[in-house]
Design a protein around this ligand. Structure first.
Ligand code: BGC
Length: 811
């Protein structure tokens, strides 16, 4: 028998009130039940600043949002390898959220960077689940410190933007558990979030928001999650199935359509009211506690200057120095520099999409460089923000470069190159920038590149430049942080949280990304990022975990057992600095295929010049485990393991061997049948092998060409009705136009990837599911079907009007 915490309250609620509580009141707020003093909560994006919309919400930012601090994005912060810094950032976010009466902050985002092409990588931490999980847990603890609820997202296996609302992630259970869930497991177990966001996609054939395996068995029963699950905006496929599986809140409002379906399901005996009570109880628990915490804080404001300063500090700790030939950096005080690059004039400091923050202020390099001890000979933009190379701009830049001793060249990805709703199609920087680089280097060989980009890029030009400072997307105060690094006021200590391949084709997922039809097949299995490059011995431009410092560190005296590793770390240079020491584990004789080494611990250690410290990294429950598909749980192979301590995934400085007691599980893999995996030859995994890895037949991802409720609008290209194809044509033209303009139009990318059923979910109650069915009939049919479709739309419209009115009356 389940004991409800809020049984008294729930007893007094009608079924209608309960059903409505489980669905949003509008774009950002939950319902309230005023007669029982149940007040609504506001949810806001996230993740690196608060995006609370003024006036009517529309998710996609048509209405401006209240000014808030724009902190470095997750991809940037992960390079700090400092969960405590993440926690501090979380505390700042939590403070701003509460001050704006936001009860639930929609972040952090922690999906794994399976492919560098995922358009949303800038919002995610890492290609490694351990690092991503630890950083996310830090953020969550910080956000929740004052009682606001964090909402880690997007749970789970949501690693692509293309047709993100309509795709099916086909991934074997072991890969799912070890790579795509371990990050969430750490975040949940160590951060204790009060809510979590289910993703748009299906996972192995079941929508994440109605996936009981994910939401109930794993999240709640195994990890002990006791908060509520909110659907990503429009991700609720079947309301009743969602509630049954463990989802609590449909967002945004469907104008009462979802609750109507739920009540009907109760009447039809498809779900029991008791089951609904459990969800209501779990949701209420967070609503009540969060409201109680936020009420006294709302309207209290926050110290904008202090938050700006913290944003700068966070950025300072995350900047990665990737190249420093001839120790060109740090520059001496008073150095004569030419500043070149449009990004120095107008910073590229955050990504595009639902995470866009209306920042309280913005430091552009050219605005703040006067505060630094540099002799600036001038500035040239050098390239148009978006578009073709401009020879005249290049000429002027080269002229300027000749007048200085050093060139600070600000380049990177432009706004359209990485965005929510749009995957990338190249790792290259825009041509207008690379051509400029060549011209500038000809004029002055002392070029230091300052890079702004939220995910990895290829750098065929790297040999031409002497320095490379990567600021990632460093938030509203990043410009000063970068200049401090350039002048040595800050000793860089960031290390890459993702690998930089020489070229896209080197990535393990390249043959399988993007998904061609319905299925996104994770055929590369566990070989994601460095797990692949390292095992397959594919050279990379910059390895995972890499980053330079102005000082040097020496590693010695390793001691290890199966519980911990300790060693001495010494700063052997003449500057204070911090080192991220990394611990990787290599299984010597595994019973299952394994990447050569995997990150299982790390520590950021600050050392004064000449100082040394003993560093101890504990080995936790994740250090040796693997997912056993026979016993259906994590097991440990007994035997020898190598513990590798180093400064990056490639730069291992110390090694120790330990014997580990196994859990005695039966072997679960047939090596012969998984040869490609054992040999790490996963670029052309056969159907037979992938089926073997999955443990069942590969689901048929083929698409018949008939448009169904869960097909994306992008697929209207194949529709039977001429009008629907026309809609596709217009949408595609609009999308291409926005790409040409260089400004991602999230409304278009969003609608483009949206399935037909989501029209109902996103239209704020204007369109019911019945009306969506009508639209489908029209898309697919002629004659009778067309008439039937129109009938459904008109009938559904009047019914929905009644439901919406009732919903308003409830408030
Ligand atoms: C995004 C979420 C975001 C939500 C609300 C969705 O499209 O995937 O990350 O929190 O919109 O803006």
């Amino acid at each position: 028998m389940i004991v409800l915490k809020h049984a008294d309250l729930i007893k007094q609620m009608t079924l209608e009130e309960k059903a409505h509580l489980l669905s949003g009141r509008d774009f950002w707020q939950t319902q309230s039940v005023r007669r029982l003093s149940i007040e609504n909560m506001t949810l806001s994006d996230g993740p690196h600043g608060i995006r609370k919309q003024e006036g009517a919400g529309d998710q996609l930012g048509l209405n401006g949002s209240v000014p808030a601090t724009c902190y470095p994005t997750a991809a940037t912060m992960a390079n700090s390898w400092d969960p405590e810094l993440g926690e501090e950032l979380g505390r700042h976010l939590g403070k701003e959220a509460a001050a704006q009466d936001v009860c639930v902050l929609l972040g952090p985002g922690l999906n794994i960077k399976r492919s560098p092409f995922c358009g949303r990588n800038f919002e995610y931490f890492s290609e490694d689940p351990y690092l991503a999980g630890k950083m996310a847990a830090g953020y969550i603890r910080g956000i929740q410190a004052n009682g606001v609820s964090a909402c880690p997202k997007h749970f789970a296996a949501n690693n692509t933007e293309l047709r993100r609302m309509a795709s099916n992630s086909v991934v074997d259970e072991r890969t799912l558990r070890e790579i795509y869930l371990t990050n969430f497991e750490i975040a949940v177990r160590e951060g204790h979030p009060k809510s979590i966001m289910s993703s748009y996609n299906m996972v192995n054939g079941v929508y994440a928001n109605e996936n009981a395996h994910l939401l109930q068995e794993i999240l709640r029963d195994t990890w002990g999650f006791d908060g509520f699950v909110v659907s990503d905006w429009g991700a609720n496929n079947d309301f009743t199935e969602g509630v049954r599986a463990g989802s609590h809140l449909e967002m945004p409002s469907t104008g009462g359509d979802g609750p109507r379906q739920l009540m009907k399901a109760v009447a039809d005996g498809k779900i029991k009211e008791d089951e609904i009570d459990v969800r209501v109880d779990e949701l209420l628990d967070v609503m009540l506690s969060t409201r109680a915490a936020v009420d006294p804080l709302k309207g209290t404001g926050f110290d904008k200057d202090e938050h700006h300063e913290f944003a700068q500090k966070a950025s300072e700790q995350s900047i990665v120095l990737l190249k420093n030939e001839d120790n060109i950096l740090p520059l001496k005080k008073g150095s004569k520099v030419a500043v070149i690059g449009e990004f120095a004039q107008k910073a590229r400091y955050q990504g595009a999409g639902s995470s866009v923050v209306n920042c309280t202020k913005l430091d552009n390099t050219m605005d703040v460089i006067g505060n630094f001890d540099l002799e600036v000979v001038g500035f040239e933009a050098g390239y148009p923000r978006h578009g073709d190379p401009d020879p005249e701009m290049q000429r002027k830049a080269a002229e300027l470069a000749k007048m200085a001793d050093y060139v600070l060249l600000y380049i990177g990805l432009d706004e359209i190159s990485e965005s929510e709703g749009l995957d990338r199609s190249t790792l290259a920087l825009p041509k207008c920038q690379t051509e400029l680089l060549t011209e500038v280097v000809k004029a002055n060989p002392n070029v230091i590149v300052v890079m702004s980009a939220g995910s990895s890029v290829e750098m065929p030009w790297i040999d031409q430049v002497k320095g490379l400072v990567h600021g990632y997307l460093c938030g509203q105060a990043g410009a000063g942080a970068v200049l401090k690094v350039i002048l040595g006021e800050v000793n860089p200590s960031g290390k890459l949280s993702e690998s930089y391949p020489f070229k896209y084709e080197d990535c393990s997922s390249a043959p399988y990304f993007p998904a061609k039809e319905r299925s996104v097949e994770y055929r590369e299995g566990l070989y994601v990022g460095y797990r692949y490059y390292d095992t397959a011995k594919i050279p990379v431009l910059f390895p995972f975990g890499f980053g330079l410092s102005y000082t040097a560190f020496d590693y010695s005296d390793i001691k290890a057992d199966d519980k911990k590793v300790s060693f001495t770390l010494k700063n052997t240079g003449d500057r204070d600095g911090a080192e991220v020491a990394q611990l990787y584990v290599h299984a010597v004789n595994p019973s299952v295929y394994r990447p050569n080494k995997e990150l299982k611990g790390f520590q950021k250690v600050f050392l004064k010049a000449g100082e040394s410290k003993t560093v101890t990294i504990p080995l936790d429950d994740k250090a040796f485990r693997y997912w056993n598909s026979k016993t259906n749980r994590f097991e440990i192979d007994g035997g020898e393991y190598e513990l590798l301590v180093g400064a990056s995934s490639e730069d291992i400085r110390l090694k120790a061997s330990v014997q580990v007691q196994g859990s005695g599980a039966p072997a679960c893999e047939d090596r012969e049948k998984l040869k490609s995996y054992w040999n790490c030859d996963i670029k052309a995994v056969s159907d037979l092998e992938f089926g073997e890895l999955l443990g069942h037949r590969i689901p048929d991802g083929k698409w018949s060409g008939m448009i169904q409720a869960n097909d994306a609008i992008a697929q209207l290209y194949y529709a039977k009705a001429l009008k629907a194809r026309f809609v596709w044509k217009i949408m595609t033209a609009m999308l291409n136009k926005s790409i040409e303009k260089g400004e991602p139009d999230l409304n278009i990318t969003f609608i483009y990837n949206m399935p037909i059923r989501a029209i109902g979910k996103m239209a704020g109650g204007m369109v019911s599911q019945e009306m969506c069915d009508g639209i489908l009939d029209i898309i697919n049919g002629h004659g009778i079907a067309l008439l039937k479709g129109l009938g459904k739309i008109i009938g559904g419209f009047f019914k929905q009007m009644g439901v919406s009115k009732k919903q308003k009356a409830l408030e």
